[in-house]
Structures are given as C-alpha cells and as structure tokens.
Design a protein around this ligand. Structure first.
Ligand code: F6R
Length: 607
C-alpha cells in the first residue's frame, strides 16, 4: 500500500499542495517519498528514502515550482527503500514521470522486452516499466492519453498510476485497476489521490474512478475514459461529508475496524507474491534437513497454521517455535543444514532478531516473511518475501495475520509441488481456493459484523472466554484468544479442543462462554464430541461454522456462519475474521481504545 497524489493548478506552486497531500497519505506508507513537476519544459524530480519530514528537511519538496505535479509516499513491495526505488520514476529521456500504488505482476517480462528494445532501467521497482511503456508508445507519435491507455492494456496486476509528461505539460493522466484512485474536482485546480483525505481541505467534490478507467485532468477539466475502448464516460462528482480524521480512517471509527475491512484487498495482495520468490523459498526448504518456523505473538500463530499445511500438503516436518525460546530450546540442533523461516510483520521484533542471529551464527539459512522491506529482518535474512499488507496502524495485528498465513500457505504449496506430494486435483482445489479467498473474506466481514456485534452485547459481562479448535483451527483459536486478551484485558483460554478434557474442563460451569472454531473440514466430526462435552457442563457455546453446518450449529447457543467449501489450509484466513471483530466490539463496548491497547507497542524492540 502506497499513497499517490497529483495536482494541476491554474497558477501557483504544486510543491506545498503535494507536500500537504502526502502528509495526509502518510498512513499508507512512509519508507520513501518523492514529487515530480514540469518546469521550463523539463521534468524535475525530488525523492529519497525516509519519512516525509526527513525528506522535506533534506530536499525541501514543499518548495517545488510548476503547475502540474505528482507525488508518492512509499511502502516498499518490489525493491528495498532507497533513493533509486523511491517514486516518481522517469523514462529514459526524462519526458514521462509516473507514480504508482499497487503491484504490476508481469513487470519482469515487460522489463525484459523493454530492455531488449533499448530502454535503460534505474530502479528495481515494478513501477518503472510503466514510464518506459508510455515512452515507447509516445515514440509512435500518439498523444499522451492514448500512450497511457495502450500501456495500461499491457499491465496485469493492481495499479493506480499517475503520469505527467513534457509532451503535454498541462495534463495529469491517471489509470486504475484494483488499487484505489479518487479525483478531487476543485474550482481552479483538480486533484487525484489514493484516498480522499489527500485533497479534502481543498475540495469536497470527489469522483471515484472504477476499475479499468482512466482520467485526464487539466486545471479546468476532468475527462473519464474507458481503458478497453477509449470511449469517454460521464459521472457526476459527489460531496464528501467526512472530516479529515474520519476520512483517514475510511469512515470507520477506528483504524482496527478499517484494517479488518481492508482484508479482501490485503489478502489478494499477499497472494500476489511472485512465483519466483515462492520457488526460491521452496527450493531452500527442500534442501534442509531441519526446518524451524520462528516468530512472536500473532506471527507465531501464522506459523502454527502453516505447520499443518507443511505437514499435510508438502509432507514436511517443520517445528514452530516462539522466538524467545528458540536458542535455549533448539539452539543445539541448529547447523548449516537447518533452515529457519522467520515471520515478523515489523521485521524489528527484538526476540525474533536475536533468535535469527543465533541461528545464523550456527550456520542456518534464514528465510523471512515480513511486511517491512528494508527492516532489520530483511537485512539479516538470506531470502525474504513481502506480505504486501501496507502499514497497519492498529496495534493489534489483523490484516497482517491473514496476509502472513496467505503467503506461508503459498510457500507450502510451492514446496508440495516441488516435492510432488500433492495431486493435480488437490492443487486445483487449492488454486481455486486462492482465487476465491478475497471473496470469502469480503462476504464474512460484511455479512457477520452486525451479528458478531450483537453476540458481544449479550456476553459483554463475561469475565473470561475460552476458544477451542482442532487441526489447523487450533491456530485460529489461539489467535482469536490473543486478540481478545490484548484488547479487552480479560483472561482468556485457548486450547486444542481434544485437549480440553485433560484439565481446562474443570473451569467450565453454567454460562461460561466457549467459542468453537469448527469449519467443515476433516476434523469436523471429532469436534462435535467436544461441543457436547461443553454443553453437558452447561457452557454457552458460540460456534463459527460453515453455512451448511448441521450438528455443531444445532448444539450451539449462537452461531456465526462462514461460506462453505474453503480448503482446510485456508480456513484460518476466513475464520479469524469474526474473532477479530469479536475482540474489537468487546473492547469498544468496554470503553477501551482498540487502536492503542494498554502496555502494548506495535513493534516490540526490547527483550
Ligand atoms: C498481536 C501483535 C503482536 C505481534 C508480535 C510480533 O496483535 O501484534 O503479538 O504479532 O509482537 O510482531 P512482529 O510480527 O512485528 O514480529
């Protein structure tokens, strides 16, 4: 997730306007920043890595002259944060500048083709291909708008792209597919941005671009065009009623709720991890004699879920370990035949980094999944992949958990393919599952939110909760418990459901709320007995079940339903959603701030 902005003015200076817009988009990314404008027929770019204010101090981006300009605040996906990789990017001759939010999936192929045609690339980003594609089209003598339209037709993936060009210096041209893009209609200026807050202090009139649409902005006109046909479209602007603060949270009262609702997109972005990286990870894992999965907190729960997938799909034994226990518990087993797959949203967790360094000292190969390119973890690992979640503002991890599980399951599938441990049919089911995941996530978040809120109302006086699951759903239960603990400050228990009779069951008395995670998977029939055990002790059973569920639903006091047909390995990505909502609504109900739970930090950099 990055933030893009653009402005075209009648008179004045774009620098202060863009700087202000980028500050308002900083929540979308903050590892690098840059702006481009056109002065005396030439493109001028100012950009560097660092937060907006750091780059401002160094380059004074707010002082940029010119009446047309684009800006970008970055959250790295392709290429680490650096001056070269910061946006805007320009073509070979400096006639086109572009900023981008999204992931261009076919950039490697396009880059090869463009290099073969003589283009020289300066960055390692996927974005730069867009500038060279437009340059290539302009060479054919067509106008800027058509050059952008034809370039967009060659791109696959997700993108919101904005261009300026010396060829038509009075225009901003932008195009969108899957990544957000909004136009702001001013009186003597027009704007574009990834999100409304960017221009809200200047205009409240907005037009949302649809997928596969482009817009051409001058200071006095806005044209919308269909990418496929080049036909013009008409759409009226609407008036934004939100305050800047509400708009920054996408209209939600808290970042956490916004981030829960962002998951259809963040899961889709996580699944876009390039097969080359997945194969690299899989081939390293395939050579290992011992594999550890290493992480803390929510990231550890993602590892736990992945452990089931590595065993069942790739038939590989992996040991998930809480990072703070790794060296004491397993250090003696680590050698050059060991691979440690580390998962850390921030890439800066002290316990994780210490364990990784300890493993590295003993000769292990380090693989990493992280949300922060350029973090310490990316520097100490041998191979890393990004989870592409964009910044997470809520302290409690939500969208980063579902992204981590998505990436880890993809790695497990890549390993299974390499080891030939899954059949074509199983693979087909999983591929189909990956395709449908964003839709299942979307349906669950939109359809179950109100139901979860009402259940929370009924149980808001409970002093403790228990979460039970079997198989891969143990990970979901543990993560549901963690969300509840950290946000509502209540003691809560999570167990493998089969283990609950070996101790926990003595806690259960009339009215005790027990939440069952019970997807319609291969362990379903065994969880029915566990539900009966709890009902026999008069527990209040709240169950998360598939839409067509019969038995568990019948035994339960409350049910939350999830779409059916989700492959078992992917269930944590969908079944965790009502539990995130549960923790959120309980915290709000208790008057706590879900975005900033007490005693917790987003990145734990102490031991
Ligand atoms: C829970 C949470 C923490 C983190 C843990 C690891 O909501 O956010 O438990 O998951 O501190 O953080 P990362 O993934 O940054 O290493």
């Amino acid at each position: 997730m990055c933030g893009i902005a653009g402005v075209v003015l009648t008179t004045g200076q774009v620098g202060p306007v863009l700087y202000d817009s980028l500050k308002r988009l900083e929540y979308r990314g903050y590892d690098s920043v840059g702006e481009a404008t056109i002065i005396d027929g030439r493109i001028l770019v100012k950009k560097d890595k660092g937060k907006i204010d750091e780059v401002e101090r160094e380059l004074r981006i707010s002082g940029l002259d010119g009446v047309v300009g684009i800006g970008h605040t970055r959250w790295a996906t392709h290429g680490a944060p650096s001056q070269e990789n910061a946006h805007p990017h320009i073509d070979c001759k400096g006639t086109v500048a572009v900023v981008h939010n999204g992931i261009i999936e076919n950039f490697m192929q396009l880059k090869q083709d463009l290099e073969a045609a003589g283009h020289t690339f300066k960055s390692r980003t996927d974005t730069e291909v867009a500038a060279h594609l437009v340059e290539e089209n302009l060479k054919q003598g067509i106008g800027l708008v058509e050059a952008v339209r034809l370039a967009a037709k060659k791109l696959t993936g997700a993108y919101a792209l904005a261009f300026i060009s010396t060829v038509e210096p009075d225009k901003l041209v932008c195009v969108r597919k899957e990544s957000p893009l909004v136009i702001g209609a001013g009186t003597d200026a027009n704007y574009l941005a990834s999100d409304i807050p960017a221009f809200l202090p200047r205009t409240k009139e907005a037009i949302l671009l649809d997928d596969d649409e482009m817009a051409v902005l001058t200071a006095s006109s806005i044209r919308l065009i269909k990418v496929e046909t080049g036909e013009e479209e008409r759409r009226k602007s609407f008036t934004v009623e939100w305050s800047v603060e509400t708009a920054t949270k996408g209209g939600f009262p808290h970042f956490m709720l916004k981030e829960i609702h962002e998951q259809p997109r963040s899961v889709r972005d996580a699944l876009r991890t390039h097969p080359i990286y997945l194969d690299l990870m899989a081939s390293t894992l395939d050579r290992a004699k011992r594999i550890f999965l290493l992480a803390c907190g929510t990231s550890y729960h993602a590892c736990l879920a992945a452990t089931y997938a590595f065993a069942n799909l790739a038939k590989v034994e992996v040991t998930p370990v809480v990072a703070s226990e790794f060296i004491d518990g397993y250090g003696a087993l680590v050698d050059q035949d060991t691979v440690v797959l580390t998962v850390s949203q921030s890439g800066e967790t002290a316990d994780t980094l210490t364990a990784v360094r300890g493993a590295k000292d003993r000769g292990a190969t380090i693989l990493a999944v992280t949300n922060v390119m350029g973090s310490t973890l990316t520097r100490v690992s041998d191979v890393y992949v990004g989870q592409n979640s964009g910044p997470e503002m809520g302290v409690a991890a939500t969208k980063t958990f579902t992204a981590q599980v998505s990436v880890l399951i993809k790695i497990a599938v890549a390993l299974a393919q390499r080891r030939k441990t899954i059949s074509e049919k199983e693979l087909q089911v999983l591929e189909n599952g990956f395709d449908r995941l964003p839709e299942w996530v979307s349906m669950t978040v939109s359809n179950q939110g109100e139901r979860v809120r009402r259940i929370v109302e009924r149980y808001s006086d409970s002093l403790s909760f228990c979460f039970l699951g079997r198989g891969i759903s143990v990970a979901t239960a543990l993560e549901g418990r963690l969300k509840l603990l950290e946000l509502s400050y209540l003691p809560a228990i999570a167990y493998p459901a089969g283990e609950s009779k070996h101790g926990f069951i003595s806690v259960v008395e009339e009215g005790y709320p027990v939440i069952f995670v019970a997807p319609d998977d291969e362990v379903y029939s065994r969880i029915v007995g566990n539900v009966m055990e709890m009902k026999a002790r008069h527990a209040q059973v709240i169950s998360l079940v598939g839409e067509e569920d019969g038995e568990v639903a019948r035994l339960s006091d409350e049910t939350i339903t999830i779409p059916t047909g989700i492959p078992s390995s992917l269930t944590p990505i969908v079944y965790i959603l009502p539990l995130q909502l549960f923790a959120y609504y309980l915290a709000v109900r208790k008057g706590y701030d879900p975005d900033f739970p007490r005693n917790l930090a987003k990145s734990v950099t102490v031991h």
